[in-house]
Design a protein around this ligand. Structure first.
Ligand code: HPA
Length: 296
């Protein structure tokens, strides 16, 4: 069975699990939750839960704080599919496995994905517990998930699914504008910054953080970038939201720990839930307007 067939099998299975209700069956917006950010899933009403372990070929997370299930339901009245927990390269998964769930979301027909993560703050204007929109990324993972033969069937064969494609606007400006408005209405301030991905699992050395800052990074983390790349390969729009769970090594007065990251995530997750509940309906309305415009 090819990778493409495995993805389709998982997508078919999920479609079946999402139940008969039309809205739930056809979510257009997906959300991936990072470390300690699970509360967003609790804001989903009328939920259906699908543990990763029950989905054919789906990788299962081994990290504490990533519980590993799909939550499908309504957020702000809009059908969404939420991935509570993700797998990382450092867990020993291949790049293809790391991006398998994003491929499945793409095959489900989503238009937009919101990728959240926990990160270390490099930019000296950031403080712990802050939410930052990703404006761009730097891939220092040491691989690109699209290395290998191009599977054009993941795209429409014309504008997406291409061997070579543009990454000038990996993180949608339009979505960032909507997110900024939603944040203002929530009384929140959102910075925007460049996210640098390393493989981990060790945190960085202070010298690495100085180097990353010189490279133009504002945030450092161990996820998101592979998902963004395959999402863009499939033509999905991406919004990245990072939660600064700690100041990066050498900037922080204390040594880093997973517990610290997890706790800071836990504290800010309600703020993130509030933001997404306000934001998702505006994204949905914008998608509907675009579709109407295309049909007119
Ligand atoms: N470095 C890398 N990944 C992270 C960090 C960090 O400081 N904090 C949360 N994820």
């Amino acid at each position: 069975m090819t990778y493409f067939d495995q993805v389709n099998e998982a997508a078919e299975f999920l479609r079946g699990q999402l139940g008969g209700e039309q809205g739930r069956r056809a979510p257009r917006i997906g959300i991936v939750l990072g470390s300690g950010l699970g509360a967003v899933a609790e804001a989903v009403t009328d939920p259906v839960f699908v543990p990763y372990g029950t989905i054919p070929h789906f990788p299962q997370s081994t990290v504490e704080g990533h519980s590993g299930r799909i939550v499908a339901g309504l957020l702000g009245g809009v059908p969404v599919i939420v991935m509570q927990g993700r797998v990382h390269y450092y867990e020993g998964y291949t790049p293809a496995q790391v991006t398998f769930p994003m491929r499945v979301l793409g095959r489900l027909g989503l238009e937009t994905v919101i990728l959240t993560n926990a990160s270390g703050g490099i930019n000296s204007n950031y403080h712990v517990g802050q939410l930052v929109l990703l404006s761009d990324h730097i891939n220092l993972l040491g691989f690109n998930p699209l290395n290998g033969p191009n599977e054009a069937r993941f795209g429409d064969g014309k504008k997406t699914g291409l061997r070579f494609f543009d990454m000038t606007e990996a993180y949608s400006v339009e979505l960032r504008t909507l997110a900024q408005s939603a944040a203002r209405e929530e009384g929140q301030a959102l910075h925007e910054g460049v996210y640098l991905a390393t493989s981990g699992p060790s945190f960085e050395t202070p010298a690495e953080i100085r180097a990353f800052r010189a490279l133009g990074a504002d945030l450092v983390g161990m996820s998101t970038v592979p998902e963004t790349i395959v999402a863009r390969h499939m033509g999905l729009r991406v919004l990245g939201i990072s939660c600064v769970t700690n100041l990066a090594a050498g900037i922080s007065a204390t040594h880093l720990s997973h517990e610290e990251v997890f706790e800071a995530g836990s504290r800010v997750q309600h703020q993130l839930a509030g933001l997404l509940q306000r934001l998702v309906p505006t994204i949905s309305a914008q998608q509907a307007r675009k579709q109407a415009g295309q049909q007119a």
